[in-house]
Write a protein that binds this ligand. Structure first.
Ligand SMILES: *Cc1c(COP(=O)(O)O)cnc(C)c1O
Length: 405
């Protein structure tokens, strides 16, 4: 007779059922093509369908860009597939050193350290640098990887209300009153659910006033925010004034995977000595590193892609508003189209897919109750006719669901 399953597995089945009942179960749509403005997905019956993609972090359209693919092929040929080593044993190639130097130059810092993912960059950032005499002040809506990284660190924790500069100042005063040796303020440069751009100029001024350091996670900014795409610091006029920048190669910069931390030489040097995801996890694959160098070549030689993304963002924001939808104001290519009701958001997303437009709905607990939305993310790869098609589909689905007149 078969052994009965361990009670643990029945426990997991109950947990999964609870997730489903709460309406929080996440499914994955299967794509059969490279990432791009248009992708082919499989529907529930397994048959393919071409859709316009409005939900990738492919801001600059580099995920399958010919120059990026060619650089990836070239690096594969010249530097092999994998390193089978962490960096400090035998996992550092000339390409890795080049990319770290190039990222530092691009971001306006002294040095950069690569990680397997930005999640690891944030996870391994705080604990090596700060101790129990120190303070970390964090925006309440900071990314999960920042929250986890801070949890691993013994520094005293303070949280300010999202984007609330008066509350940040209260935290700075409290940290000082509590006798913090060093204080680090850490924020997302761009918050991914709303496209809100952090007020880095104000935050920098407050940090200077209270002698605090400033760190920023630039995952939704590097490559396209600011006049030459350097990021939120360029956009807010504080380029070269950020102590620590973390970011990803897995969004605008080609979208494969990999992350980094960038800052003063001593910060990066200490991370190389002590940051656990760096010390105990494999080197970023040479293919990704070679392709990322080509991405930086592209971005430093021309602002064409970030300019086109900015044009697309302006066009779509104006057109979707003219179609009667309520959006969160701003100028980031993340465009939250507010539906408020979770069921309606899911119905809108499903109807859009039928109309050939792939855009996902977000609802509680990913966003606050009553703030359900479709989050659109624009790309330099979208053409004007793509965006006109998208707006027409939103207008039709919106009328059918009684969301717009
Ligand atoms: C996507 C994202 C990350 C994680 O990046 P990966 O490189 O995919 O691990 C971290 N922080 C923020 C703000 C992000 O948006």
């Amino acid at each position: 007779m078969d052994k009965p399953p361990h009670p643990f597995y029945r426990h997991l089945d109950r947990e999964l059922a609870a997730v489903r009942e709460a309406g929080l179960y996440k499914t994955e749509r299967v794509i059969t093509t490279p990432q791009g403005a248009h992708v082919q997905t499989l529907n529930a019956e397994g048959s393919p369908r071409d859709v316009l993609n409005l939900c990738a972090n492919n801001y600059l359209g580099l995920s399958a860009h010919p120059a990026v693919l060619e650089a990836a092929h070239a690096a594969l040929r010249s530097h092999g597939y994998g390193l089978s080593s962490v960096r400090f044993i035998c996992g550092t190639q000339d390409l890795h050193k080049q990319l770290e130097a190039r990222l530092a130059r691009f971001l306006g810092t002294e040095d950069t350290i690569l990680y397997a993912a930005a999640f690891d960059a944030n996870g391994g950032l705080f604990e090596p640098l700060l101790g129990e005499q120190d303070a970390i002040i964090s925006d309440t809506l900071n990314h999960a990887s920042i929250i986890d990284g801070i949890r691993l660190c013994k520094a005293r924790r303070y949280r300010y209300q999202h984007n609330d500069m008066a509350d940040l100042e209260r935290c700075l005063q409290q940290a000082a009153a509590d006798g913090a040796r060093f204080t680090l303020v850490f924020t997302d440069g761009v918050f991914s659910m709303d496209g809100t751009i952090a007020q880095l100029d104000v935050i920098r001024r407050l940090c200077d006033q209270y002698g605090a350091l400033l760190g920023v996670d630039e995952c939704h900014a590097t490559g396209f925010l600011g006049a030459t795409g350097r990021g939120t610091h360029e956009h807010r006029g504080v380029f070269g004034q950020i102590d620590i920048i973390t970011g990803t190669l897995g969004k605008a910069l080609g979208g494969a995977s990999g992350g980094f931390t960038s800052g003063r030489r001593a910060v990066i040097e200490l991370l190389r000595q002590r940051s656990r995801p760096y010390l105990f996890s494999n080197t970023v694959a040479p293919v990704i590193v070679g392709a990322s160098l080509a991405v930086l070549d592209l971005l430093e030689s021309s602002t064409e892609l970030r300019d086109r993304l900015a044009d697309n963002t302006r066009f779509f924001r104006d057109a979707i508003r003219a179609a009667g939808f309520q959006i969160r104001p701003g100028d980031h290519p993340i465009v939250p189209i507010m539906v408020h009701d979770a069921v309606l958001a899911q119905r809108l997303s499903a109807r859009l897919l039928e109309l050939g437009v792939y855009a996902v709905g977000f609802f509680y607990p990913v966003v606050p109750q009553g703030q359900a939305r479709i989050r659109v993310q624009l790309s330099a790869a979208h053409t004007r006719s793509d965006l006109e098609h998208a707006v027409a589909a939103f207008a039709q689905a919106g009328r059918e669901l009684g969301l717009v007149a």
